[in-house]
Design a protein around this ligand. Structure first.
Ligand code: FMN
Length: 185
């Protein structure tokens, strides 16, 4: 697939099958992530690959965290929260490293890790997979970061949910770049 076709043809989808992905495919996605540009060669992205029972454990932590915040919540709501982690057979959690030396800039690490996320989304599309980048309160939750092995100050940028599409993924017409662009000559 041509690069422009790939970029323009990608659409987020959360509607994926439960079928597991072969490890070789997951590794292809991670390798694509690791092609992102980054300053000072720090490779600031950290990937945590969640499959199988780990998804259930993530769901348990998400539900426990919600319960800690809202103790009065009914079990039904907690079950819904738990189920969120099971919406795809693969979640890649992506975080950005904190700068380890003074010359490294925090924002540059975050933007490089975000570029890795987009590479993963594009690679997933190239492989015929469905994917969606999600964050929400879960991504800012210290308990969830701890479960994933991230420090509280580390930015957890993405939960990329990935699987084989359950329904045809429609190509989107997105707004033009024009109202977001100024030309300076
Ligand atoms: C940083 C970031 C966080 C996002 N978080 C969520 C989220 O928590 N839930 C959600 O439904 N979509 C979220 N999205 C949006 C979807 O990933 C997706 O981009 C959006 O549905 C538009 O679809 P498109 O990517 O096909 O244009 C997020 C996107 C980004 C870049």
């Amino acid at each position: 697939m041509d690069a422009f076709e790939l970029i323009h043809g990608r659409s987020a989808t959360g509607r994926v099958k439960a079928d597991p992905l072969p490890r070789a495919v997951i590794e292809k996605l991670l390798a694509a992530g690791a092609q992102a540009p980054n300053h000072y060669k720090v490779r600031p992205w950290r990937f945590v690959v969640l499959t199988g029972a780990a998804l259930g454990r993530l769901g348990d932590v998400m539900a426990a965290s919600l319960k800690a915040k809202f103790p009065e919540l009914a079990e039904e709501n907690l079950a819904k929260e738990r189920a969120k982690a099971l919406r795809a057979p693969l979640i890649i959690a992506v975080a950005a490293d904190l700068p380890a030396e003074p010359k490294v800039d925090r924002m540059e690490n975050i933007t490089a890790a975000a570029a890795a996320c987009q590479n993963i989304l594009l690679a997933a599309h190239a492989e015929g997979l469905g994917a969606i980048w999600r964050t929400g309160d879960t991504a800012r939750d210290p308990e969830i970061k701890r479960f994933l092995g991230f420090a509280p100050e580390q930015e957890l940028l993405a939960f990329i949910y990935i699987g084989y599409p359950d329904a045809p993924v429609e190509k989107k017409e997105r707004p033009s770049f024009e109202d977001r662009t100024v030309w300076m000559e």
